[in-house]
Ligand binder design. Structure first.
Ligand code: NAD
Length: 513
């Protein structure tokens, strides 16, 4: 098999066979155990990374807290200029970085490039935003007084990210945090540590070229124990954590105990409602891409299809036909639609989910299974499966991070479908396929979808950076990326200025001395 230009990509990104895992910018060091990163694409060892010890972490935090004092005083548009240069470097390195994302995580090369494009887009967004960190002014009730509110930098922002978006989530957070005047410490997933090394190399070069101090962008590596160094650390006022709901509950509690802020982006259980007025062709494209894209490992992947009984068989048959066309294989080969799962643990979870849905009374419509033989040596390739199920099944209530799609039937009014769609613990992404304006508006109304994302005539999967991204309920309630998500990276202050020679008290209170 050709290596699809992986070695060349690693060289361009400065990723070595053995990498230090802790960095404050140009300086790299680490004294912890070694993580080996194997590609789910072909099972080969890509490289190794040393993890961060407590001592390494202290070195990182000393640099970060010191850099914050310089960085926060730099005018926001100048910080924006640094982010602009970072976006330019990403444009230059889009192909090698996209390739590494694909090879280390297993998503298609096109999706790898798409992830880097999201990084570039958020940089552009942040550059504009660096001149728009607006507060409000308000009229004081006291004569000769002026009131306004302003936003100040927060400090060290800790970023904990998941394996499935190994580079974009970091950029969503950092691009905003940096223009807001914060410095960042990032712990990537222990399943994609080399993506972390590559990204840190890219920003370190920009910071060095601009003569900026160490500590503005920091990297730490390891599993949850390294993540806990930040969640328990009072010097980290905001922890932005992306991953499973299980992780989010622990992080929220730990950060909450010290009254820090957490921004949580957790699991989804996303559904598309298909009404009698749906365009079936569009529905099938949206549902298939949503369910099998990234091998079902997006937080916004489509897990449930809620179909009206009058068109149920038509949609089911169209889906079965579409699944029959799917090509499963090396994600760097653009002819394939579906790549591997991240590792064999994920394969075991996929198999367990299929066993469970059968045990609970489900009916398999498209058979699953693990692929073996030439091209599938990593043991991580599985067949996308479809099962008819009940929304109340325990397995349907949970997020299975794999290409398993559940078909649910509804009868009567769209309200019944909305109730099923909302009848899970998670609240990330949702969609309705309909050409009926009343149904669409009911779905989007205050009595409609309870998710952070609600779409009409597009699927659940993916999002543009311009909108605030995140979900409700067990998805954690956080919002990052576009709109006014920047406000969470700043502290808010209300100011009152008296420009008279009197000191009138509020509410007309008299306090004569
Ligand atoms: P995970 O929860 O296993 O790990 C995520 C990160 O959290 C890793 O870096 C891990 O080391 C760290 N971590 C785990 N326990 C921790 C703890 N107690 N303290 C500190 N850090 C800890 O998730 P994963 O398997 O990497 O990713 C898949 C999950 O992420 C899915 O549930 C998916 O829906 C979710 N996800 C959500 C979004 C979103 O924006 N809502 C985006 C991407 C992924």
């Amino acid at each position: 098999m050709t290596d699809f230009g992986i070695q060349e990509a690693l060289e361009k990104l400065g990723v070595k066979e053995l990498n230090e895992g802790s960095s404050t910018g140009s300086q790299w060091f680490s004294n912890g155990d070694i993580i080996e990163s194997y590609s789910p694409v072909d099972g080969k060892l890509i490289g190794k990374v040393k993890t961060t010890t407590n001592k390494d972490y202290e070195t990182v935090m000393t640099a970060a807290t010191s850099a914050f004092k310089t960085w926060r005083t730099m005018p926001a548009p100048q910080r924006g200029e640094i982010v602009r240069q970072f976006g330019e470097k990403l444009r230059e390195l889009k192909e090698p970085l996209g390739k590494l994302v694909s090879y280390e995580m297993g998503k298609s090369y096109q999706e790898g490039l798409g992830e880097v494009q999201e990084m570039i887009d958020i940089c552009d967004f942040a550059v504009g935003l660096s001149r728009q960190l607006h507060g409000l002014t308000m009229h004081s009730e006291r004569p000769g007084h002026r009131m306004y509110e302003q936003y100040h930098p927060l400090g060290v922002v800790g970023i904990i990210s998941a394996f499935n978006f190994p580079v974009a989530v970091w950029a969503w957070n950092t691009a905003l945090a940096w223009i807001c005047g914060d410095v960042c410490v990032w712990k990537p997933s222990e399943k994609t540590p080399l993506c972390g090394v590559a990204c840190q190399n890219i920003i370190a070069e920009v910071l060095k070229e601009n003569d900026l101090p160490e500590g503005i962008s920091c990297l730490i590596q390891g599993d949850y124990k390294v993540g806990e160094m930040m969640t328990t650390d009072k010097r980290v006022p905001l922890v932005s954590a992306t991953g499973s709901t299980r992780m989010g509950k622990i992080v929220a509690k730990t950060v909450g105990e010290r009254l820090g802020k957490s921004l949580l982006e957790l699991g989804g259980n996303n559904a598309i409602i298909v009404t009698p007025d749906a365009d079936i062709k569009m529905t099938v494209i949206g549902a298939v891409f949503g369910a099998v894209g990234t091998a079902g490992q997006r937080c916004t992947s489509t897990r449930r299809l809620i179909i009206h009984d009058s068109i149920y068989d038509k949609v089911k048959n169209a889906l079965v036909a579409a699944y029959g066309q799917l090509r499963i294989g090396n994600p760097l080969d653009e002819n394939n639609h579906v790549g591997p799962l991240i590792d064999t643990d994920a394969v075991d979870m996929y198999k367990a989910a299929l066993d469970k849905v059968i045990a609970e009374g489900g009916n398999i419509v498209v058979e699953g299974g693990v692929l073996s033989g030439e091209g599938y040596e990593s043991g991580c390739y599985v067949k996308p499966a479809i099962a008819e199920a009940g929304n109340y099944y325990e397995i349907v209530q949970h997020e299975t991070f794999a290409p398993v799609l559940y078909l649910l039937k509804y009868t009567g009014d769209v309200e019944n479908a909305i109730e099923l769609q909302n009848g899970v613990a998670q609240g990330l992404s949702s969609a309705i396929m309909t050409n009926n304006l009343r149904e669409a508006e009911r779905f989007l109304s205050h009595a409609g979808s309870d998710c952070g994302i609600a779409n009409v005539n597009i699927g659940t999967s993916g999002a543009e950076i311009g909108g605030a991204f995140g979900g409700e309920k067990e998805t954690g309630g956080g919002r990052e990326s576009g709109s006014d998500a920047w406000k969470v990276y700043m502290r808010r202050q209300t100011n009152t200025i008296n420009y008279t020679t009197d000191l009138p008290l509020a509410q007309g209170i008299k306090f004569d001395l």
